[in-house]
Design a protein around this ligand. Structure first.
Ligand SMILES: [Zn+2]
Length: 100
């Protein structure tokens, strides 16, 4: 049996969701690491689009959840720790855009 040497089970991210190019992820950046979870940042070599994925292990095995982002890698953690967007924030942006 061949042992998987990749510590990140990212083979399920086989295609870039933006340009559909096959991912050739050889060096994902680990943004944060905990005991059973890693937050990783992946950049598509073809379109330069980026994904942030949470890869974790729980009682059901290894899992991942990813999202396409326009954040730079240095912006991910500050946004993660930011307050959630409130309805007042949404109204402020709406009113600002419509008051021009
Ligand atoms: Zn791409």
């Amino acid at each position: 049996m061949q042992q998987n040497r990749n510590p990140y089970p990212i083979r399920i991210l086989s295609h870039c969701p933006l340009c559909q190019t096959d991912f050739k992820v050889s060096n994902p950046s680990v943004i944060e690491e905990r005991v059973n979870a890693k937050l990783i940042y992946i950049t598509c070599a073809q379109c330069r689009g980026a994904l942030v994925a949470l890869v974790y292990i729980d009682a059901h095995g290894s899992n991942s959840v990813g999202v396409v982002t326009d954040l730079a890698i240095s912006e991910v953690l500050p946004f993660r720790d930011a307050d959630a967007i409130s309805i007042d924030d949404v109204l402020f942006v709406h009113e600002s855009l419509h008051s021009r």
